[in-house]
Write a protein that binds this ligand. Structure first.
Ligand code: PMP
Length: 405
């Protein structure tokens, strides 16, 4: 058996996709024009699938900060913080993120994926229990593979399912760590966090919340679902990413645990990879200042979410369960989703196509992400294009056609 034989099924499916000329994995952004536009296949394309929630990738102050940092400190750190040491700016960034959350400690990682992978797999060990939502992100599932703790899955967004699992563990010794997400990345739904916290407290479980998609978007100060649901003090660990609202790359974990810093010499995805380059650290520090100073970006984001979500819903699309910066559009099957995605791209609108096994419950989706940088006109255009294709493909029912005019 050859090394790649075990992927035969996937290879066949992938070959099919490629021969139709609709390969979502071969997209080339030939030129990125702004936070909301790029040239793809020679055509100016509207971006509605890049997690650029505040549009900060082209924020002049963040760009300037990055450029200055390159001039001052060079292009990279060329090693891990364990081997090459920390730059003052790494430490400053960690202090600023800790302060932002009102927590004592923060560790910065090179990606959010590495933050989840390393922190979760290290916090629990043999004899402990790791309780995860069934719809958890791949980085959380991968952490499960790396830990020796017993992994227990509960039903998506269902505190009673978590309670049943915790009850069943009874008085077996060992720590319990519950892992949740602020906003889920495929359908844009948020966790009933207060209820989850109540259950976790009742059973003495620690809670870690991944705020990858909710940083900036939720809470009075943009601290995420923990803030908007009033449970910041009850979340033992908050993980997040710099790659979405903050427009760069990197990840973090904050906590009040007095021994938190021991993770710096135990988490392998922190110790054995190069640290963030000065330009990224500088642009992230500036992006955090922008998040604090410009709450109107959050207001604009939610106005745009309402425009896109309500516009698509009114035209008959079946969407994720609630308003959120991620809008998942349900389609009947994988090939319809890929065909629809391709038609959107040909019409100059880029969204994500998400199909099994990357999606919960085997659903096929077009995954849209909204940005504060989108204009009303751009969103109206996006809705018009999507509705036109939906009609052409016979996916919108007659009564819904009437709504769509
Ligand atoms: N957690 C969630 C819920 C995510 O959606 C993502 C990215 N898609 C990550 C973690 C990883 O973030 P990063 O891009 O920083 O690796």
């Amino acid at each position: 058996m050859g090394l790649f034989d075990r992927h035969a099924g996937l290879l066949d499916a992938y070959r099919d996709v490629r021969t139709t000329g609709a390969d979502p994995f071969q997209i080339r952004m030939e030129r990125v024009l702004s936070a909301t536009e790029a040239v793809i296949n020679g055509r100016k394309t509207l971006l509605v699938g890049t997690n650029n929630y505040f549009g900060l990738t082209f924020d002049p102050s963040c760009m300037e900060a990055a450029i200055e940092a390159i001039r001052a400190e060079g292009t990279g750190t060329t090693g891990s913080r364990i081997a090459n040491g920390s730059y003052s700016e790494h430490v400053a960034l960690e202090q600023e993120i800790a302060e932002f959350y009102g927590k004592k400690h923060c560790m910065v990682f090179t990606t959010g994926y590495q933050a989840n992978l390393g922190v979760i797999s290290t916090l629990v060990a043999q004899g402990d229990f790791l309780l995860i939502d069934a719809d958890s992100h791949a980085s959380i599932y991968d952490a499960c593979k790396m830990t020796q703790a017993e992994v227990v899955r509960f039903k998506h967004n269902d505190p009673s399912s978590l309670e049943a699992r915790l009850r069943r563990l009874g008085d077996r010794p060992g720590n319990r760590l519950v892992v949740l997400e602020g906003i889920y990345s495929m359908l844009g739904d948020s966790a009933p966090l207060k209820e989850f916290i109540d259950v976790s407290k009742k059973y003495g479980a620690y809670v870690l919340v991944d705020e990858a998609h909710s940083l900036g978007a939720l809470g009075e100060h943009g601290r995420g679902l923990c803030e908007s649901t009033g449970v910041l003090d009850d979340c033992h660990f908050i993980v997040g990413t710099f790659s979405k609202t903050l427009g760069a790359i990197g990840g973090y974990c904050v906590s009040n645990d007095p021994d938190f810093d021991i993770l710096r010499v135990t988490v392998r995805s922190y110790m054995f990879t190069a640290s963030l380059p000065p330009s990224i650290v500088a642009s992230v520090r500036q992006a955090l200042r922008v998040v604090k100073a410009r709450p109107e970006l959050r207001t604009k984001l939610w106005e745009n979410v309402a425009t896109l979500y309500d516009g698509l819903a009114a035209r008959g699309f079946k969407l994720g369960p609630e308003h959120g910066p991620v809008v998942g559009v349900h389609l009947p099957d994988r090939s319809t989703a890929i065909g629809f995605w391709r038609a959107m791209l040909d019409a100059g609108v880029y969204v994500n196509v998400a199909v099994p096994p990357a999606t919960p419950n085997g659903v096929s989706l077009l995954r849209c992400s909204v940005s504060a940088a989108h204009s009303k006109e751009q969103l109206a255009h996006m809705i018009e294009v999507m509705t036109g294709i939906g009609r052409q493909m016979g996916l919108l029912g007659p009564q819904l056609r009437a709504v769509a005019g």
